[in-house]
Design a protein around this ligand. Structure first.
Ligand code: SAM
Length: 191
């Protein structure tokens, strides 16, 4: 029997796949080891572009290596906080989809984590460039120190987004133990 209830990351990818088309611009706000960067690269194709952010040199290095192995060159890798996203978008450019994977880089320094305030600011900035029907997905890991604070800030702030402008979904398995990650998906409404 088919597993209709996809895991959180798998559902995030499913939604992006429904939204992001060949030739468009997508954002990986937290590239880490590059899994989502690679996924987005495939969605936008050679004609499109991915801008991927991470604050850590190790993450940029890992992602660059991952992309080279897969012979993908339609990515701009940026070692900077996603909070400065507007510095890397050209005038007139439109973003079709974006992903945030919150928390720390697996098997690395657990003190380098995304933070609620900058995460929310980056989301708000990306919303300004998002196409109608465009999507931002946020995979919220919150089991680590600092995770609860970020989760609370993100939920509080995103709950306040105008219903007229965006639809904000929470996708959450309520019977999983040990702070399982959940998904927030924000879709910009058609006018
Ligand atoms: N999606 C990644 C993958 O496929 O491997 C995993 C991302 S990991 C959960 C979170 C990443 O966010 C870490 O690599 C961390 O360095 C990065 N990060 C933390 N604060 C950031 C910020 N302000 N801007 C951009 N990246 C940040």
């Amino acid at each position: 029997v088919m597993q209709m209830l996809k895991g959180v990351l798998s559902y995030a990818h499913y939604l992006l796949n429904e939204t992001v088309n060949t030739g468009e611009l997508a954002i990986d706000a937290t590239c880490g080891n590059g899994n989502d960067t690679l996924f987005l690269c495939k969605l936008v194709g050679e004609q499109g572009k991915v801008i991927a952010f991470d604050v850590q040199e190790q993450a940029i290095h890992n992602t660059k290596k991952r992309l080279a192995e897969e012979k993908r060159d339609n990515v701009i890798l940026i070692q900077d906080s996603h909070v400065n996203v507007e510095n890397y978008i050209q005038p007139g450019e439109t973003i079709s989809g974006a992903i945030f994977n919150l928390g720390y880089l697996p098997k690395s320094d657990k003190s380098i984590i995304t933070k609620g305030e900058s995460t929310v600011t980056a989301i708000q900035k990306i919303l300004n460039y998002l196409k109608e029907g465009g999507l931002i997905v946020i995979v919220v890991y919150h089991g680590h120190p600092g995770g609860t604070e970020e989760k609370n800030t993100v939920i509080e702030e995103l709950s306040e987004l105008e219903q007229r402008d965006v639809s904000v979904l929470r996708y959450d398995f309520i019977n999983q133990k040990n702070n399982p990650p959940f998904l927030i998906a924000i879709q910009k409404n058609k006018r």
